[in-house]
Design a protein around this ligand. Structure first.
Ligand SMILES: [Ca+2]
Ligand SMILES: [Ca+2]
Ligand SMILES: [Ca+2]
Ligand SMILES: [Ca+2]
Length: 481
Protein backbone atom coordinates (compact mmCIF):
# COMPACT_ATOMS: atom_id res chain seq x y z
CA UNK A 1 0.00 0.00 0.00
CA UNK A 2 2.48 2.57 -1.14
CA UNK A 3 -0.33 5.09 -1.34
CA UNK A 4 -1.49 4.83 2.22
CA UNK A 5 1.84 5.26 3.86
CA UNK A 6 2.57 8.85 2.75
CA UNK A 7 -1.04 9.70 3.38
CA UNK A 8 -0.80 8.57 6.97
CA UNK A 9 2.46 10.41 7.33
CA UNK A 10 1.05 13.66 6.04
CA UNK A 11 -2.08 13.49 8.10
CA UNK A 12 -0.11 12.58 11.19
CA UNK A 13 2.18 15.50 10.56
CA UNK A 14 -0.57 17.96 10.01
CA UNK A 15 -3.16 16.96 12.51
CA UNK A 16 -2.33 19.41 15.25
CA UNK A 17 -1.80 22.57 13.31
CA UNK A 18 -2.77 22.00 9.74
CA UNK A 19 -6.09 20.52 10.69
CA UNK A 20 -5.76 17.48 8.49
CA UNK A 21 -9.19 16.35 9.48
CA UNK A 22 -10.14 18.10 12.67
CA UNK A 23 -11.86 21.01 10.97
CA UNK A 24 -13.19 19.19 7.99
CA UNK A 25 -16.82 19.61 8.79
CA UNK A 26 -17.46 20.57 5.21
CA UNK A 27 -21.00 21.62 6.02
CA UNK A 28 -20.57 25.07 4.58
CA UNK A 29 -19.17 23.84 1.32
CA UNK A 30 -21.00 20.70 0.42
CA UNK A 31 -23.05 22.42 -2.19
CA UNK A 32 -20.01 23.77 -4.00
CA UNK A 33 -20.23 24.22 -7.72
CA UNK A 34 -18.22 21.13 -8.53
CA UNK A 35 -19.66 18.68 -6.06
CA UNK A 36 -22.93 16.89 -5.69
CA UNK A 37 -23.49 16.02 -9.31
CA UNK A 38 -25.72 13.17 -8.27
CA UNK A 39 -23.64 10.61 -10.11
CA UNK A 40 -24.23 6.93 -9.72
CA UNK A 41 -21.76 5.87 -7.08
CA UNK A 42 -20.97 2.67 -8.92
CA UNK A 43 -19.98 4.34 -12.16
CA UNK A 44 -16.43 4.23 -13.37
CA UNK A 45 -16.21 7.84 -14.40
CA UNK A 46 -13.06 8.68 -12.53
CA UNK A 47 -11.08 6.46 -14.81
CA UNK A 48 -11.01 9.75 -16.69
CA UNK A 49 -10.28 12.13 -13.81
CA UNK A 50 -10.94 15.32 -15.72
CA UNK A 51 -14.07 13.90 -17.22
CA UNK A 52 -16.47 16.31 -18.78
CA UNK A 53 -20.14 15.61 -18.53
CA UNK A 54 -20.08 13.87 -21.91
CA UNK A 55 -17.33 11.54 -20.69
CA UNK A 56 -19.48 10.56 -17.78
CA UNK A 57 -22.04 8.99 -20.03
CA UNK A 58 -19.44 7.06 -22.00
CA UNK A 59 -17.79 5.68 -18.94
CA UNK A 60 -20.80 4.06 -17.36
CA UNK A 61 -20.07 0.80 -19.14
CA UNK A 62 -17.85 -1.73 -17.44
CA UNK A 63 -14.25 -0.84 -18.19
CA UNK A 64 -12.92 -4.38 -17.90
CA UNK A 65 -15.25 -5.64 -20.59
CA UNK A 66 -14.47 -2.70 -22.78
CA UNK A 67 -10.79 -3.55 -22.78
CA UNK A 68 -11.46 -7.19 -23.42
CA UNK A 69 -13.60 -6.40 -26.41
CA UNK A 70 -11.03 -3.98 -27.77
CA UNK A 71 -8.31 -6.60 -27.63
CA UNK A 72 -10.22 -9.44 -29.20
CA UNK A 73 -11.66 -7.18 -31.85
CA UNK A 74 -8.21 -6.16 -32.93
CA UNK A 75 -6.64 -9.60 -32.85
CA UNK A 76 -9.02 -12.32 -33.82
CA UNK A 77 -6.34 -15.01 -33.74
CA UNK A 78 -5.31 -14.23 -30.21
CA UNK A 79 -4.53 -17.36 -28.18
CA UNK A 80 -7.03 -17.54 -25.32
CA UNK A 81 -4.33 -17.63 -22.65
CA UNK A 82 -3.06 -14.24 -23.79
CA UNK A 83 -6.26 -12.28 -23.42
CA UNK A 84 -7.48 -13.29 -20.01
CA UNK A 85 -9.58 -10.80 -18.12
CA UNK A 86 -8.74 -9.97 -14.57
CA UNK A 87 -10.06 -12.89 -12.51
CA UNK A 88 -11.13 -10.77 -9.56
CA UNK A 89 -10.72 -7.09 -10.35
CA UNK A 90 -10.49 -4.78 -7.36
CA UNK A 91 -13.82 -3.04 -6.81
CA UNK A 92 -14.00 0.70 -7.36
CA UNK A 93 -15.21 1.28 -3.85
CA UNK A 94 -17.20 4.37 -4.74
CA UNK A 95 -19.45 5.69 -1.99
CA UNK A 96 -22.52 7.85 -1.96
CA UNK A 97 -20.79 10.71 -0.18
CA UNK A 98 -17.38 12.27 0.06
CA UNK A 99 -15.38 11.52 3.21
CA UNK A 100 -13.19 14.44 4.25
CA UNK A 101 -9.54 14.31 5.21
CA UNK A 102 -8.49 11.14 3.39
CA UNK A 103 -7.40 12.66 0.07
CA UNK A 104 -9.62 10.17 -1.76
CA UNK A 105 -12.44 10.80 -4.18
CA UNK A 106 -14.88 8.72 -2.19
CA UNK A 107 -17.94 9.69 -4.19
CA UNK A 108 -16.11 9.28 -7.50
CA UNK A 109 -17.12 12.65 -8.89
CA UNK A 110 -13.64 13.41 -10.19
CA UNK A 111 -12.44 15.49 -7.23
CA UNK A 112 -10.73 14.38 -4.04
CA UNK A 113 -11.99 15.80 -0.75
CA UNK A 114 -14.15 18.29 -2.59
CA UNK A 115 -16.33 20.34 -0.30
CA UNK A 116 -13.97 19.66 2.61
CA UNK A 117 -12.49 22.56 4.51
CA UNK A 118 -8.78 22.78 5.25
CA UNK A 119 -6.15 25.21 6.46
CA UNK A 120 -4.82 27.35 3.58
CA UNK A 121 -1.32 26.32 2.62
CA UNK A 122 -1.65 22.74 3.85
CA UNK A 123 -0.67 20.02 1.39
CA UNK A 124 -1.97 16.48 1.44
CA UNK A 125 -1.60 13.33 -0.61
CA UNK A 126 -4.57 12.69 -2.87
CA UNK A 127 -5.80 10.33 -5.54
CA UNK A 128 -8.01 10.91 -8.55
CA UNK A 129 -9.59 7.58 -9.26
CA UNK A 130 -11.95 5.13 -7.64
CA UNK A 131 -10.78 4.88 -4.04
CA UNK A 132 -10.39 1.13 -4.33
CA UNK A 133 -7.68 1.62 -6.93
CA UNK A 134 -5.46 3.97 -4.93
CA UNK A 135 -1.97 2.57 -4.62
CA UNK A 136 -2.76 -0.40 -6.87
CA UNK A 137 -0.67 -1.23 -9.92
CA UNK A 138 0.70 1.78 -11.77
CA UNK A 139 -1.39 4.21 -9.72
CA UNK A 140 0.42 6.72 -7.53
CA UNK A 141 -0.93 9.42 -5.24
CA UNK A 142 -0.49 13.06 -6.13
CA UNK A 143 -0.78 16.13 -3.94
CA UNK A 144 -3.29 18.89 -3.47
CA UNK A 145 -2.85 22.24 -1.77
CA UNK A 146 -5.45 23.92 0.40
CA UNK A 147 -6.49 27.14 -1.32
CA UNK A 148 -8.17 30.17 0.15
CA UNK A 149 -7.42 33.45 1.86
CA UNK A 150 -9.79 33.01 4.77
CA UNK A 151 -9.39 31.06 7.97
CA UNK A 152 -10.47 27.91 6.16
CA UNK A 153 -9.98 26.98 2.56
CA UNK A 154 -10.86 24.23 0.12
CA UNK A 155 -8.63 21.60 -1.41
CA UNK A 156 -7.26 22.54 -4.83
CA UNK A 157 -6.81 20.27 -7.78
CA UNK A 158 -5.07 16.97 -7.16
CA UNK A 159 -1.98 16.93 -9.36
CA UNK A 160 1.24 15.06 -9.91
CA UNK A 161 0.05 11.49 -9.48
CA UNK A 162 -0.72 8.68 -11.87
CA UNK A 163 -4.39 7.82 -12.19
CA UNK A 164 -6.18 4.81 -13.61
CA UNK A 165 -5.93 4.77 -17.38
CA UNK A 166 -6.92 2.45 -20.17
CA UNK A 167 -5.01 -0.79 -20.01
CA UNK A 168 -2.24 -0.91 -22.59
CA UNK A 169 0.27 -3.61 -23.41
CA UNK A 170 3.24 -2.53 -21.29
CA UNK A 171 3.60 -4.99 -18.43
CA UNK A 172 1.84 -2.59 -16.04
CA UNK A 173 -1.56 -2.59 -14.43
CA UNK A 174 -2.59 0.74 -15.98
CA UNK A 175 -6.21 0.71 -14.85
CA UNK A 176 -5.13 -0.33 -11.37
CA UNK A 177 -7.63 -3.15 -11.02
CA UNK A 178 -5.05 -5.59 -9.70
CA UNK A 179 -4.09 -7.24 -12.99
CA UNK A 180 -1.39 -6.17 -15.47
CA UNK A 181 -2.28 -6.15 -19.16
CA UNK A 182 -5.56 -7.86 -18.40
CA UNK A 183 -8.02 -8.19 -21.23
CA UNK A 184 -5.37 -7.48 -23.82
CA UNK A 185 -3.90 -9.85 -26.32
CA UNK A 186 -0.29 -8.89 -26.20
CA UNK A 187 3.30 -9.72 -25.69
CA UNK A 188 4.47 -6.41 -24.27
CA UNK A 189 6.96 -4.71 -26.59
CA UNK A 190 7.96 -2.55 -23.63
CA UNK A 191 8.01 -3.28 -19.92
CA UNK A 192 7.29 0.00 -18.17
CA UNK A 193 8.36 0.40 -14.53
CA UNK A 194 6.02 0.67 -11.62
CA UNK A 195 6.76 3.96 -9.88
CA UNK A 196 7.23 2.10 -6.62
CA UNK A 197 10.16 0.24 -8.20
CA UNK A 198 11.88 3.34 -9.56
CA UNK A 199 14.86 4.30 -7.40
CA UNK A 200 14.49 7.40 -5.26
CA UNK A 201 16.42 10.46 -6.30
CA UNK A 202 18.27 12.97 -4.14
CA UNK A 203 18.88 16.67 -4.66
CA UNK A 204 22.23 17.41 -6.32
CA UNK A 205 22.95 13.73 -6.99
CA UNK A 206 23.02 13.03 -10.75
CA UNK A 207 20.15 10.70 -11.60
CA UNK A 208 20.38 8.50 -14.68
CA UNK A 209 17.18 7.45 -16.38
CA UNK A 210 18.01 4.28 -18.29
CA UNK A 211 15.40 3.60 -20.95
CA UNK A 212 17.10 0.37 -22.00
CA UNK A 213 15.97 -1.18 -18.73
CA UNK A 214 12.43 -1.04 -20.04
CA UNK A 215 12.83 -1.25 -23.79
CA UNK A 216 15.55 -3.24 -25.49
CA UNK A 217 14.25 -3.47 -29.07
CA UNK A 218 15.19 -1.37 -32.08
CA UNK A 219 14.81 2.36 -31.52
CA UNK A 220 15.22 5.29 -33.86
CA UNK A 221 14.68 8.05 -31.31
CA UNK A 222 14.16 8.73 -27.61
CA UNK A 223 12.55 11.66 -25.89
CA UNK A 224 11.90 12.49 -22.26
CA UNK A 225 9.58 14.90 -20.51
CA UNK A 226 9.80 15.76 -16.84
CA UNK A 227 7.14 17.59 -14.85
CA UNK A 228 8.01 18.75 -11.37
CA UNK A 229 6.47 20.62 -8.47
CA UNK A 230 5.08 24.10 -7.91
CA UNK A 231 8.42 25.89 -8.24
CA UNK A 232 9.09 24.16 -11.54
CA UNK A 233 5.84 25.55 -12.85
CA UNK A 234 6.91 29.04 -11.78
CA UNK A 235 10.55 28.88 -12.86
CA UNK A 236 10.30 26.73 -15.95
CA UNK A 237 12.45 24.01 -14.48
CA UNK A 238 14.54 23.87 -11.34
CA UNK A 239 16.46 20.83 -12.61
CA UNK A 240 18.80 20.32 -15.52
CA UNK A 241 18.81 17.39 -17.93
CA UNK A 242 21.54 16.27 -20.29
CA UNK A 243 20.86 13.82 -23.09
CA UNK A 244 17.10 14.22 -23.45
CA UNK A 245 17.25 12.64 -26.91
CA UNK A 246 19.26 9.62 -25.78
CA UNK A 247 18.24 6.39 -24.07
CA UNK A 248 20.01 7.45 -20.89
CA UNK A 249 19.52 11.08 -19.92
CA UNK A 250 21.00 12.35 -16.67
CA UNK A 251 18.92 14.63 -14.44
CA UNK A 252 20.30 16.92 -11.79
CA UNK A 253 17.45 17.63 -9.38
CA UNK A 254 17.90 20.57 -7.05
CA UNK A 255 14.66 20.33 -5.10
CA UNK A 256 12.72 17.62 -3.32
CA UNK A 257 9.40 16.40 -4.61
CA UNK A 258 7.72 14.07 -7.06
CA UNK A 259 8.66 14.32 -10.73
CA UNK A 260 6.48 12.78 -13.42
CA UNK A 261 8.72 11.33 -16.11
CA UNK A 262 7.35 10.48 -19.53
CA UNK A 263 9.63 8.44 -21.77
CA UNK A 264 8.85 8.00 -25.44
CA UNK A 265 10.83 5.66 -27.64
CA UNK A 266 10.28 5.65 -31.37
CA UNK A 267 10.43 2.18 -32.88
CA UNK A 268 10.01 0.92 -36.44
CA UNK A 269 6.42 0.05 -35.57
CA UNK A 270 5.50 3.24 -33.74
CA UNK A 271 6.02 5.13 -30.52
CA UNK A 272 5.99 3.46 -27.12
CA UNK A 273 5.55 5.42 -23.91
CA UNK A 274 6.12 4.90 -20.20
CA UNK A 275 5.05 7.34 -17.50
CA UNK A 276 6.25 7.02 -13.94
CA UNK A 277 7.12 9.06 -10.87
CA UNK A 278 10.61 9.70 -9.56
CA UNK A 279 10.48 10.72 -5.93
CA UNK A 280 13.32 13.05 -5.00
CA UNK A 281 13.85 13.29 -1.28
CA UNK A 282 16.20 15.36 0.79
CA UNK A 283 16.43 14.32 4.43
CA UNK A 284 14.94 16.22 7.36
CA UNK A 285 13.34 19.58 6.68
CA UNK A 286 13.79 21.62 3.52
CA UNK A 287 12.43 25.03 2.68
CA UNK A 288 12.42 26.21 -0.91
CA UNK A 289 11.71 29.62 -2.35
CA UNK A 290 10.96 30.62 -5.89
CA UNK A 291 9.65 33.79 -7.46
CA UNK A 292 8.83 35.47 -10.73
CA UNK A 293 11.48 37.56 -12.31
CA UNK A 294 14.52 35.56 -11.28
CA UNK A 295 17.57 37.14 -12.83
CA UNK A 296 16.15 40.62 -12.36
CA UNK A 297 15.00 40.45 -8.76
CA UNK A 298 17.02 39.18 -5.83
CA UNK A 299 14.82 37.64 -3.18
CA UNK A 300 16.29 35.83 -0.20
CA UNK A 301 15.24 32.99 2.03
CA UNK A 302 15.88 33.16 5.77
CA UNK A 303 15.49 30.53 8.51
CA UNK A 304 15.78 31.10 12.26
CA UNK A 305 15.66 28.59 15.05
CA UNK A 306 12.81 30.09 17.00
CA UNK A 307 14.28 29.57 20.47
CA UNK A 308 17.11 31.96 19.60
CA UNK A 309 14.56 34.79 19.19
CA UNK A 310 17.15 36.65 17.17
CA UNK A 311 16.40 39.44 14.79
CA UNK A 312 16.47 38.67 11.09
CA UNK A 313 19.67 39.43 9.24
CA UNK A 314 21.59 38.62 12.41
CA UNK A 315 24.81 37.23 11.02
CA UNK A 316 25.22 34.70 13.81
CA UNK A 317 21.80 33.13 14.19
CA UNK A 318 19.78 33.72 11.02
CA UNK A 319 20.63 31.21 8.30
CA UNK A 320 20.76 33.26 5.08
CA UNK A 321 22.98 34.42 2.26
CA UNK A 322 25.37 36.21 4.58
CA UNK A 323 26.53 33.34 6.74
CA UNK A 324 24.97 30.00 5.77
CA UNK A 325 26.85 29.05 2.63
CA UNK A 326 30.09 27.13 2.24
CA UNK A 327 31.80 30.27 0.97
CA UNK A 328 30.97 32.36 4.04
CA UNK A 329 30.08 29.90 6.81
CA UNK A 330 29.78 31.87 10.06
CA UNK A 331 26.82 30.39 11.87
CA UNK A 332 26.42 30.00 15.58
CA UNK A 333 26.24 26.24 15.97
CA UNK A 334 22.73 24.84 16.05
CA UNK A 335 24.25 21.71 17.62
CA UNK A 336 23.22 19.56 14.69
CA UNK A 337 25.41 16.87 13.22
CA UNK A 338 27.00 17.67 9.88
CA UNK A 339 25.72 15.74 6.89
CA UNK A 340 27.78 13.57 4.53
CA UNK A 341 29.34 15.56 1.74
CA UNK A 342 27.33 13.60 -0.83
CA UNK A 343 24.25 15.53 0.22
CA UNK A 344 25.56 18.82 -1.12
CA UNK A 345 28.63 18.28 -3.25
CA UNK A 346 26.59 18.31 -6.45
CA UNK A 347 25.22 21.77 -5.60
CA UNK A 348 26.48 25.20 -6.60
CA UNK A 349 29.05 25.29 -3.78
CA UNK A 350 29.74 21.58 -3.87
CA UNK A 351 33.49 21.92 -4.26
CA UNK A 352 33.70 24.20 -1.25
CA UNK A 353 31.60 21.89 0.90
CA UNK A 354 33.72 18.98 -0.25
CA UNK A 355 36.87 20.77 0.78
CA UNK A 356 35.31 21.31 4.21
CA UNK A 357 34.51 17.61 4.26
CA UNK A 358 30.84 17.85 5.18
CA UNK A 359 27.51 19.53 4.50
CA UNK A 360 26.70 21.92 7.31
CA UNK A 361 23.34 21.66 9.00
CA UNK A 362 21.55 23.97 8.46
CA UNK A 363 22.85 25.36 5.19
CA UNK A 364 21.77 27.51 2.31
CA UNK A 365 22.32 25.20 -0.64
CA UNK A 366 21.39 27.67 -3.35
CA UNK A 367 21.62 31.43 -3.07
CA UNK A 368 20.20 32.78 -6.29
CA UNK A 369 21.20 36.39 -6.82
CA UNK A 370 20.84 37.06 -10.52
CA UNK A 371 20.29 33.79 -12.34
CA UNK A 372 17.17 33.00 -14.32
CA UNK A 373 15.05 30.04 -13.31
CA UNK A 374 16.92 29.08 -10.14
CA UNK A 375 15.20 28.62 -6.77
CA UNK A 376 16.69 29.18 -3.34
CA UNK A 377 16.63 26.58 -0.61
CA UNK A 378 17.70 25.95 2.97
CA UNK A 379 18.10 22.48 4.43
CA UNK A 380 18.04 21.21 7.96
CA UNK A 381 19.11 17.63 7.33
CA UNK A 382 18.86 16.40 10.89
CA UNK A 383 16.62 18.62 13.02
CA UNK A 384 15.98 17.82 16.66
CA UNK A 385 12.57 16.79 17.81
CA UNK A 386 10.31 19.46 19.23
CA UNK A 387 12.30 22.31 17.75
CA UNK A 388 10.65 25.26 16.01
CA UNK A 389 11.90 27.19 13.01
CA UNK A 390 10.59 30.38 11.45
CA UNK A 391 10.72 30.97 7.70
CA UNK A 392 11.07 34.48 6.28
CA UNK A 393 11.43 35.88 2.76
CA UNK A 394 13.16 39.19 2.08
CA UNK A 395 12.98 41.33 -1.04
CA UNK A 396 16.62 42.31 -1.32
CA UNK A 397 16.77 44.02 -4.66
CA UNK A 398 14.60 44.71 -7.66
CA UNK A 399 11.64 46.64 -8.87
CA UNK A 400 7.99 45.77 -9.18
CA UNK A 401 5.84 43.44 -7.16
CA UNK A 402 6.93 39.81 -7.34
CA UNK A 403 4.83 37.01 -5.88
CA UNK A 404 7.21 34.69 -4.03
CA UNK A 405 6.24 31.10 -3.23
CA UNK A 406 7.53 28.93 -0.39
CA UNK A 407 7.30 25.15 -0.21
CA UNK A 408 8.15 23.19 2.92
CA UNK A 409 9.20 19.54 2.76
CA UNK A 410 9.64 17.05 5.55
CA UNK A 411 11.30 13.73 4.82
CA UNK A 412 11.00 14.52 1.13
CA UNK A 413 7.25 15.12 1.17
CA UNK A 414 5.82 18.54 0.44
CA UNK A 415 3.69 19.42 3.44
CA UNK A 416 2.96 23.12 2.97
CA UNK A 417 2.89 25.64 0.13
CA UNK A 418 2.40 29.37 0.56
CA UNK A 419 2.05 31.96 -2.17
CA UNK A 420 0.96 29.66 -4.97
CA UNK A 421 -1.67 31.03 -7.34
CA UNK A 422 -4.44 31.82 -6.74
CA UNK A 423 -3.30 32.66 -3.20
CA UNK A 424 -0.39 34.91 -4.13
CA UNK A 425 1.42 37.23 -1.75
CA UNK A 426 0.62 40.88 -2.32
CA UNK A 427 2.25 44.08 -1.12
CA UNK A 428 5.74 42.63 -1.51
CA UNK A 429 6.93 45.72 -3.33
CA UNK A 430 10.05 47.16 -1.74
CA UNK A 431 13.43 45.74 -2.73
CA UNK A 432 15.05 47.38 0.25
CA UNK A 433 18.47 45.79 0.45
CA UNK A 434 20.97 45.18 3.17
CA UNK A 435 19.93 44.50 6.76
CA UNK A 436 16.48 43.13 5.95
CA UNK A 437 15.24 46.56 4.93
CA UNK A 438 12.40 46.70 2.43
CA UNK A 439 9.66 44.10 2.22
CA UNK A 440 9.81 41.05 4.45
CA UNK A 441 7.32 38.17 4.55
CA UNK A 442 7.17 36.13 7.73
CA UNK A 443 5.88 32.90 6.24
CA UNK A 444 5.42 30.11 8.74
CA UNK A 445 6.63 28.34 11.87
CA UNK A 446 7.71 24.76 11.43
CA UNK A 447 7.98 22.38 14.36
CA UNK A 448 9.90 19.20 13.69
CA UNK A 449 9.04 15.91 15.33
CA UNK A 450 11.70 13.31 14.84
CA UNK A 451 11.42 9.66 15.74
CA UNK A 452 13.23 6.61 14.44
CA UNK A 453 15.04 8.75 11.92
CA UNK A 454 11.92 10.15 10.27
CA UNK A 455 10.82 13.77 10.45
CA UNK A 456 7.26 15.00 10.46
CA UNK A 457 6.35 18.66 10.73
CA UNK A 458 3.65 20.73 12.31
CA UNK A 459 3.37 23.91 10.31
CA UNK A 460 1.54 27.08 11.16
CA UNK A 461 1.22 30.01 8.79
CA UNK A 462 2.05 33.42 10.22
CA UNK A 463 -0.69 36.01 9.90
CA UNK A 464 -0.64 39.75 10.63
CA UNK A 465 -0.98 40.57 14.35
CA UNK A 466 -4.42 39.82 15.77
CA UNK A 467 -5.59 38.25 12.54
CA UNK A 468 -6.25 34.65 11.70
CA UNK A 469 -5.93 35.03 7.95
CA UNK A 470 -3.65 36.55 5.37
CA UNK A 471 0.07 36.76 4.66
CA UNK A 472 2.19 38.90 6.94
CA UNK A 473 4.27 41.30 4.84
CA UNK A 474 6.13 44.04 6.69
CA UNK A 475 8.31 46.87 5.53
CA UNK A 476 11.67 47.87 6.98
CA UNK A 477 11.60 45.62 10.02
CA UNK A 478 14.17 43.05 11.06
CA UNK A 479 12.26 42.13 14.23
CA UNK A 480 11.79 38.43 14.78
CA UNK A 481 8.05 38.99 14.89
CA1 LIG B 1 -15.28 13.55 -4.62
CA1 LIG C 1 -12.37 12.07 0.38
CA1 LIG D 1 -5.42 -3.91 -15.12
CA1 LIG E 1 -0.74 -2.59 -19.00
Amino acid sequence: MQYLRPMALLCGAAVTLLSCSANNTGSTFQTGSSGGAGLDASSDIVLVPEASSSDVVDATTDQGNVYQHDATDEQGDCPPQMSQPCASPIPDGCAAHETCGNGLDDDCNGQADDGCTCTPGAVQACFLGPPGHAGVGACVAGTQTCEGSGEFGLWGKCVGGIWPAEEVCDGLDNDCNGCADDGLCCQPPIMCPNSADVPEGHPFVPYTLDGTQWYSGPATAWSWKIDGGPCDALLGASYTVTGTTTAKPVVNFTLSGDYTVTMTVTTPTGDLTCTFIVHVAGPGMRVELCWEGTGQRDIDLHLLRSDFQSNWCNDTYDCYYMNCKASNWAMQSWNYANGPVAECQGGPEGAQWASMGYCANPRLDIDNIDKVGIPENINVDAPLTGQMFRVMVHYYNGVGEPHPMVNIYCDGHRVATYGQAPDVVTGFTDGGGYGCQGSTWRVADVKTNVSSGSTVCDIQAIHPPNQSTGYYVRDNSADYN
